[in-house]
Design a protein around this ligand. Structure first.
Ligand code: UDP
Length: 238
């Protein structure tokens, strides 16, 4: 077996990726399929860190629109990401994949606190590390958390799993004639206002030369093919 193209990656899954065809919450079959992908990556020798969003449960901005204090709403959103992370840890461990949830806010009766050196040690031991509670700060997103953690742990690639095949000039679901970008720069993404990640996350990746792959999580074998060095989805570089 050839060595994987990447030694350490960070996979960002949106909360919505966990809900399958439902309107909220977690679809156990989808969670199991995603966990199976993580298991296979680790078995092939890749160190896998995950950031999971919380949009399938709560988003701070949505709660604030209905009158809630924004900071409280974001705290609720961050706690939602912890629930998703615990669900992923559970299904991974049922598959005999050792996994650790590390939270950016202290809830250490439920999971570990985020400590960078400890996270790296877990990865070196072949454990899946799931970073929960985003950055720990309101007004940020889990995309920013994924960019930050990927840079901190020295990941070679940040992968953003989405429901479409990569980056387009417009939403390809609404505009079938939208142009697909196989490769672009962070500056181009910012200039053209492309739906890649929020600007904070993009600038962090740009300034620290963290490459980003945006790909379709529902495409069969996309992750193993990517690890074999195939050009899947869209690549964004500094
Ligand atoms: N959040 C936050 N700080 C962070 C990350 C997330 O306050 O560093 C909150 C924010 O309210 C956000 C929610 O957690 O709406 C869920 O995260 P996100 O919207 O990024 O989830 P996704 O869209 O990826 O499911």
């Amino acid at each position: 077996m050839t060595a994987p193209a990447y030694r350490r990656i960070l996979l960002k899954l949106s909360g919505e990726a966990l809900m399958g065809t439902g309107s909220h919450g977690i679809d156990p079959d989808v969670l199991e399929r995603l966990a199976g992908d993580v298991r296979d990556l680790i078995a092939s020798g890749v160190q896998v860190a995950l950031v999971i969003g919380g949009g399938n449960i709560f988003r701070g901005a949505g709660l604030a629109e209905r009158g809630m204090d924004r900071v409280t709403g974001d705290q609720i959103g961050m706690l939602a990401t912890v629930m998703n992370a615990l669900a992923m840890q559970d299904v991974l461990e049922r598959m005999s994949v050792p996994a650790r949830v590390m939270s950016a806010i202290k809830i250490n009766q439920v999971c570990e606190d985020y400590i960078r050196r400890r996270a790296v040690r877990h990865l070196e031991k072949g454990r899946a590390v799931i970073f929960a509670a985003g950055t720990g700060n309101p007004f940020f997103t889990t995309d920013s958390a994924a960019s930050l953690r990927a840079i901190e742990i020295g990941a070679e690639l940040l992968i953003k799993a989405t429901k479409v095949d990569g980056i387009y000039s417009a939403d390809p679901v609404k505009e079938p004639s939208a142009t697909f970008y196989p490769r672009l720069s962070y500056d181009q993404a910012l200039r053209e206002g492309l739906q890649v990640m929020d600007a904070t996350a993009i600038v962090l990746c740009r300034d620290h030369a963290m490459p980003l792959r945006v790909m379709n999580i529902n495409e069969p074998d996309a992750l193993p093919r990517l690890m074999r060095g195939e050009d899947i989805g869209s690549l964004v570089v500094s």
